[in-house]
Design a protein around this ligand. Structure first.
Ligand SMILES: Cc1cc2nc3c(=O)[nH]c(=O)nc-3n(C[C@H](O)[C@H](O)[C@H](O)COP(=O)(O)OP(=O)(O)OC[C@H]3O[C@@H](n4cnc5c(N)ncnc54)[C@H](O)[C@@H]3O)c2cc1C
Ligand code: FES
Length: 241
């Protein structure tokens, strides 16, 4: 078993509501580096299991997360204030593998969080990209993309964008139906695709095997844990349930 060397205590330096039932939290800690697609898993004192959140930015030791209120863990986090401390494991999992290819970023709902970090990293490397997001309603919208779909499906315009902008790779995060659709569209157009998967997690570090999915690699079926082997996987390798 891996030694748990990535245990941090951070101080909240900002927390604000940015959309309906959605908060942004900036945490100062000694964590200096992480890749887009990696996540942190925060201890909420009212819960035994840590809660995982994608890293939405990391700059000068300040991690940003965006989170949606779901249940007791996220309610607890939303009630924290500046100067409060949080304990978390980080950086966890494998992030997106940046390729020097013209990229389409697709973020659905709170799936925008890791895509904002990825976009920033692509831009640092001067890699051309186009970023589309989708939200259920206007009051849930989070800014930062080139195009926003409100109400409809983020998948509807993807094929046009791929053709018009000569897209060579798609990176995506969001609910399973969106990720599955993105993978199908990328396969149809024969372009690379990497998706960040989400599963309810118990340990977040590859021990409990509670977050396992099936992958197909070289005609074999392999069981992979989302927290440790992912959360980012090659789209063509995922066996959807
Ligand atoms: C790798 C990873 C990255 C994530 N990144 C983000 C993020 O950037 N922002 C964000 O808002 N959320 C993110 N999530 C989901 C987030 O972890 C859950 O919303 C959170 O743990 C819910 O905790 P809770 O105690 O408030 O709700 P709970 O009381 O635990 O659950 C409330 C409801 O949410 C569902 N739920 C709980 N955990 C998950 C999960 N992991 N995936 C899907 N549904 C879940 C439960 O089944 C239940 O219906 C991520 C999850 C994973 C696995
Ligand atoms: S959550 Fe325990 S192995 Fe992934």
């Amino acid at each position: 078993m891996d030694k748990i060397k990535n245990d941090f205590t951070g101080e909240i330096i900002n927390i604000e509501k940015i959309a309906k039932d959605t908060c942004k939290m900036d945490i100062f800690s000694s964590l200096k580096q992480a890749y887009a697609g990696q996540f942190i898993s925060i201890l909420c004192p009212n819960k035994t299991l840590r809660r995982p959140f994608s890293i939405s930015n990391l700059d000068n030791n300040i991690i940003t997360i965006l989170f949606k209120l779901k249940g007791e863990g996220t309610e607890y986090l939303a009630g924290l204030e500046k100067k409060d401390k949080v304990k978390f494991l980080a950086p966890l999992g494998h992030g997106f593998q940046i390729k020097n290819k013209k990229a389409l970023l697709v973020g659905a709902g709170i799936g925008i969080a890791p895509m904002l970090f990825l976009k920033k990293n692509l831009e640092k490397e001067h890699i051309e990209n186009y970023f589309i997001t989708g939200f259920k309603s206007k009051d849930e919208t989070i800014e930062g993309s080139d195009e926003t779909v409100i109400g409809g499906s983020v998948l509807d315009n993807l094929e046009n964008i791929i053709k018009e902008k000569n897209i060579e790779i798609i990176y995506s995060c969001g609910p399973v139906p969106v990720l599955k659709g993105v993978c199908e569209i990328s396969e149809k157009h024969n372009i690379d695709c990497q998706v960040a998967m989400e599963k309810v997690m118990a340990c977040s570090i590859g021990v409990c095997r509670g977050c396992v999915i099936n992958l197909k690699k070289n005609n074999e079926i392999i069981r992979a844990s989302v927290c440790k082997d992912g959360p980012v996987f090659e789209g063509k390798e995922i066996l959807w349930d």
